[in-house]
Unconditional design. Structure first.
Length: 219
């Protein structure tokens, strides 16, 4: 359990990293080393090369090695222990890396069908990678395979909705102009307009009504 918490903490820390790729042009192809761990992060092995273009959303390409029998048995061992299969992408310089993980059992049941989603920020730098199992698309579901069925998806950061400041400023200017010209419509009710006159009159009448019978009895 301590090892699992350590691995998850390491993944969370790595996920916040930002690949330093500003030296590349916007349309330059980026090649990343793909590694995987079959023992919960104790050791890492080379798995292949991922190629993508930073400025474009869509699909990347992956050139990867075949999965040997020993590696497949190690994945089955991970599944038997209900543990995770870990992967990481390493930058060309080798100084930056991002990690992700998935259920070893789910990956085996899918026939090693997976999707690697590479997330880019607004500058085109890689900020995260996500491993997802394609359980519904696996053509060899449940069968032993010696090759990963990998799909690489590039996803750019999307801008959120922006406030319509121009329309707001125009509305404020129009209201200001109407106040200056005196052309301001008051849509309040009659009581809302003249309550300061109505309330004192009602109080005066109520006080007189209460004092009237007492005065008559005295006479």
């Amino acid at each position: 359990m301590k090892l699992l918490l350590t691995v998850i903490s390491t993944i969370a820390a790595c996920a916040a990293a930002d690949f330093d790729m500003d030296s590349h042009g916007a349309d330059t192809e980026v090649r990343l080393r793909l590694q995987h761990s079959l023992d919960m992060g104790k050791t890492w092995e080379h798995r292949g090369i991922v190629a993508l273009t930073r400025s474009k959303s869509g699909n990347g390409a992956v050139n990867q090695d075949a999965l040997g029998s020993d590696a497949y048995d190690s994945m089955k061992k991970l599944c038997d222990n209900n543990q995770f299969y870990l992967i990481k992408l390493i930058s060309e310089s080798g100084t930056d890396e991002l990690q992700s993980y998935g259920s070893a059992c789910s990956l085996l049941e899918s026939g090693l069908a997976e999707t690697l989603t590479v997330l880019l920020d607004w500058r085109g730098n890689i900020v995260a990678v996500n491993l997802a199992v394609r359980s519904q698309e696996a053509p060899f579901k449940g069968r032993k395979r010696d090759q990963f069925n990998t799909k690489v998806v590039i996803q750019n950061m999307e801008n959120g909705p922006a406030p319509d400041t121009a329309a707001f400023i125009q509305k404020m200017d129009e209201e200001k102009a109407r106040k200056i010209s005196g052309d301001v419509k008051d849509n309040r009710s009659f009581f809302a307009k003249y309550w300061m006159y109505i309330v004192p009159v009602c109080l005066f009448m109520a006080i007189n009504s209460a004092a009237g019978p007492e005065a008559g009895g005295g006479r």
